[in-house]
Design a protein. Structure first.
Length: 168
């Protein structure tokens, strides 16, 4: 389930917990940050920016950009476009897809550049480079989200407590 698909069941109490990227939440949901990670640029290996020590958002915004379909509902869509807007940048989106792995494949095929969280860097392809983004606020968070007013099962409550304690 993507971010948007989790919100309604969380509100209704039919889903005990969800993992969401930072997104606007209704007041009926609580959250805790469980991952805070840098965003990384993905660049085809033969692109002039591929061997730079880092790349700026302005440099990426000038390139054909492979990105999420806005109707899919990933929190990363709003997260990354919001970052670009803070710098008054609008990427030239040339391909829109539903999955991060498809973005990685299209960048590897040389169809553009993109941005994903560093946790995706475990996918290593010879045709693509992961390059750090120069802007320090190019970060993404993963949240554990749960309903504020619905009773959680003992297993869900214990899992949440143990996970949050382990992350402190």
């Amino acid at each position: 389930m993507n971010t948007r698909e989790q919100i309604a069941p969380l509100i209704e109490g039919t889903l005990d917990m969800g993992l969401l990227r930072n997104t606007a939440l209704p007041e009926s949901l609580e959250h805790a940050v469980i991952v805070h990670e840098p965003l990384m640029a993905m660049i085809p290996h033969d692109h002039p920016l591929a061997n730079n020590p880092n790349v700026t958002l302005a440099e990426l915004a000038k390139e054909p950009f492979v990105f999420f379909d806005p109707h899919v509902g990933t929190g990363l869509y709003d997260d990354i476009l919001g970052l670009m807007r803070r710098y008054h940048l609008t990427p030239v989106i040339t391909q829109e897809v539903g999955e991060a792995m498809t973005i990685i494949g299209l960048v590897s095929a040389g169809l553009g550049v993109s941005i994903l969280p560093a946790s995706f860097k475990r996918v290593q392809l010879n045709e693509m480079r992961w390059v750090p983004i120069a802007e320090e606020d190019a970060v993404s968070e993963m949240w554990l989200v749960w309903p504020k007013h619905h009773e959680q099962s003992p297993a869900a409550r214990n899992f949440r407590i143990h996970l949050l304690n382990a992350l402190r």
